[in-house]
Design a protein around this ligand. Structure first.
Ligand code: SF4
Length: 82
C-alpha cells in the first residue's frame, strides 16, 4: 500500500488547484508517482503548440478536433475563431 504524503505534492503543477489534482482522479504526486507533472509555464507552451498545429489542419479536421475535445471556448479566447 502506498501512503499519501502532502509534502510530496507538486504545488507548482499546472493541475494542482491548491487542494487536489484537477486533471486526474487522485493526487498521485502525493504518493510520489506521477508522469503528468508539468509547470503552468510548460502546460501553456504545450497548449500553444496544440493550437499552432490545429490551425494548420484542414477545416474538416479542425472542426473534428474542436468538437471532440471541446476547444471552441479556447479558440475564441485565442482569437482563432469568432
Ligand atoms: S498532474 Fe500529477 S503532479 Fe500534477 S497535481 Fe496532478 S497528480 Fe500532482
Amino acid at each position: 500500500m502506498i501512503f499519501k504524503n502532502k509534502d510530496n505534492i507538486k504545488k507548482d503543477c499546472f493541475a494542482y488547484n491548491g487542494k487536489t489534482c484537477k486533471a486526474l482522479d487522485n493526487t498521485y504526486c502525493a504518493m510520489g508517482k506521477c508522469k503528468f507533472y508539468k509547470t503552468k509555464e510548460q502546460a501553456k507552451k504545450d497548449e500553444d503548440k496544440v493550437f499552432e498545429r490545429l490551425v494548420t489542419l484542414s477545416y474538416k479536421d479542425q472542426t473534428h478536433y474542436v468538437r471532440k475535445y471541446g476547444l471552441r471556448k479556447k479558440m475564441k479566447e485565442k482569437g482563432l475563431i469568432e
